[in-house]
Design a protein around this ligand. Structure first.
Ligand code: ASP
Length: 334
């Protein structure tokens, strides 16, 4: 009897463990996402898109493809959707342009690729992957990155492809607040708090773990509304908004400057590697540091054993997971 109980406990733990092994985690941005501001239709549209992205990534993993391909598949779905601040639907710069940033990192060999400030590449994540796989560089910016993407046969679009009314109106609103603050180039303290709220919304990211046990992480974004002077955020900076090694993959979303200053992605990985912290603790500690410095946002991490963390200090974060059995879960609010 005792033996049977032991056997059953063992089998159950195995089953339970299997249920909990995640292979893909995504985010679609963090911010003041409140149920009261959402219509049931919009909520469903977000959930459906997140599920579609997870499904596409899971198919790759199931077919035995690399985690890089899974990350690409998920991010392309979200870049092509106007719901997110990446690809079509990206936020506008102060000059009324869409300047896109993206990065990818492959944990197996720590290869990485990134593009920043691109305006005509339909899927910036593909350009980042091309930089990783087909160049000897890690980051290309602006016109050079666009030329490179074109040379590698990636789809080039007219900048107007990225235009959406929602983001355009968002820029006008932020500009009005800026005018009221009356100090266009002033330090943060001169702006009302409302100026900063929701200038960042809807960056997308994905971390995947393939059948060979290799992790990859990718992030794609339009950055922050009303960004100026060629500003580049954390998303394309390896170790800040994007990172993967043999242990862990990470993608961040939020106020990029704070992710750069805390080297958020690499710090999470270092806590995991050198301090034996699990992904949840490691991300929570870095999120706290960002918060203490005055920043906000969220982050996802997945480790080599399929443990997942989705941590944020905002009202919500579009997010979702799929485990190795293909079971999908998506969430929006706290
Ligand atoms: N982290 C992005 C940036 O600062 C913005 C975001 O995540 O929404 O460019």
């Amino acid at each position: 009897m005792k033996k049977l109980a032991l056997f059953l406990t063992f089998t159950f733990s195995l089953f339970f463990y299997a249920q909990k092994k995640y292979v893909v985690v995504i985010h679609g941005g963090a911010g003041t996402i409140l149920k009261k501001d959402m219509t049931p239709e919009l909520e469903k549209a977000y959930e459906d898109k997140l599920k579609e992205a997870l499904t596409k990534a899971y198919e790759k993993i199931k077919q035995g493809k690399s985690s890089v391909e899974a990350v690409e598949a998920a991010i392309v779905v979200m870049e092509d959707s106007p719901l997110f601040n990446a690809g079509k639907g990206a936020v506008f710069t102060s000059e009324g342009k869409n300047e896109l940033d993206a990065a990818i990192m492959y944990g197996k060999d720590k290869s990485a690729g990134a593009v920043a400030g691109v305006t005509v590449v339909k899927n910036p994540i593909k350009a980042a992957i091309a930089v990783m796989q087909k160049s000897e560089h890690v980051m290309l910016i602006s016109k050079g990155a666009e030329l490179f993407a074109q040379m590698k046969g990636l789809e080039i679009v007219d900048p107007s492809y990225f235009w959406t009314k929602k983001r355009w109106d968002g820029l006008q609103k932020v500009k009005e607040k800026e005018l009221k603050a009356n100090q266009p180039n002033a330090f943060r303290a001169n702006y009302p708090e409302s100026y900063w709220v929701d200038r960042k919304f809807g960056t997308v990211g994905c971390v995947a773990l393939d059948k060979e046990g290799n992790l990859a992480a990718g992030t794609s974004t339009g950055g922050m509304t009303n960004k100026k002077f060629g500003r580049v955020g954390d998303a394309p900076i390896i170790g800040a908004g994007t990172y993967a090694d043999k242990n862990i993959g990470f993608s961040g979303t939020g106020w990029g400057e704070y992710y750069i200053r805390t080297t958020a992605a690499r710090t999470v990985a270092a806590k995991y590697e050198y301090q034996n912290k699990d992904v949840k603790t490691a991300t929570e500690e870095v999120m706290k540091e960002i918060e203490n410095m005055g920043g906000d946002g969220g982050m996802i991490a997945l480790d080599k054993n399929g443990n997942v963390a989705m941590t944020f200090n905002t009202a919500g974060m579009y997010r979702g997971t799929v485990n190795e059995n293909g079971e999908i879960e998506v969430e929006i609010y706290k």
